[in-house]
Design a protein around this ligand. Sequence first.
Ligand code: GUN
Length: 283
Amino acid sequence: MTAQLIDGIALSKQLRSEVAQRAAALTARGRQPGLAVVLVGDNPASQVYVRNKVKACEESGIRSVMEKYDATLSEADLLARITALNTDPTIHGILVQLPLPAHIDAQKVIEAISPDKDVDGFHVASAGALMTGLPGFWPCTPHGCIKMLEHIDYDLKGKHAVVIGRSNIVGKPMALMLLGKNATVTVCHSATKDLKAQTLQADVIVAAVGKAKMLTADMVKPGAVVIDVGMNRDEQGKLCGDVDFERVKDVASWITPVPGGVGPMTITMLLVNTLEAAQRAVG
Ligand code: GUN
C-alpha cells in the first residue's frame, strides 16, 4: 500500500484564503484584525518562526506588529508590555515567541496575556477551556492536526488514537482534542514501556517527540493514519519528521509529509485564531 498524502500546504492555502476574505470584511468595517508578535533575544530559530508568522499575516490581510527586544529585557518590562497590549483595541492576538531568556518566567508571561487574546492557546484558562469543552483558543499545532483529519473526512469516533509525546503545547492538548472527537486515546512518552505494542494498536498515530524518524514501519498497523509533528534534521542535515516517511508510507493509508505537512498548518491556525479573536471583539 502507498499512503495518500495529507498536503498541509494545499489545505493551508484554502484555509488562509478563507481567513483573508473574513479579514477583509472586518477591515471594511474599520476593524482590521491585529496580531502582536513579541520576540525577546536573538534565538535564530525563533527569528525564522516569527518572520514566517509576520509574513503569513501580511498575506492574509491581518495587521501584525512585531516587537523585538534585547535578551536583557527584564521580566517586569515584558509584563508591562503585555499589560499594554491587553488593553490595546487594535490588537486582537498576542503571541510571545518561546523560548524566553532564562531570567524570564515564561509561564508567568503567558498567564499575563488576556485569555481573549491568547491566540497561541497556552494560557491556563485556554487549557481549562479545552479540557472542559468550553469556548477558548486551542493550541495551533494540535488544532492543525485535527483540521487535517477533518479534511480527509476521517471519523475519529471509536477509533484508537495513539499520541507520542506529552508536551503542554502538542501532546496533551492533542490527546484532549482527539478525546473530544470520541476517539479512544493513549498517550505515550519517554517512560512508556513498550511503545511498539501501543502504536501497533493505533488507527491514528500522532508523533510529537522531536526525534528523527523514530516511528518506523514495523510500529505501524497497516492502514493507519500517521500525523507527523516532528521537525528534525537527519544524518545528512536534511529536514525530516519523527516518522520514517519513506518506509511508513508503504504501510499507512494516509500520512503527512515533512516539510509541507503539519508545519504550515500551525501558522494557519494562528491566523484562524487571530481572526476569531478579532471577530469576537467586534461581536
Ligand atoms: N516556540 C515554538 N513553537 C511555538 C509556538 O507555537 N508559539 C510560541 N509562542 N512559541 C513557540
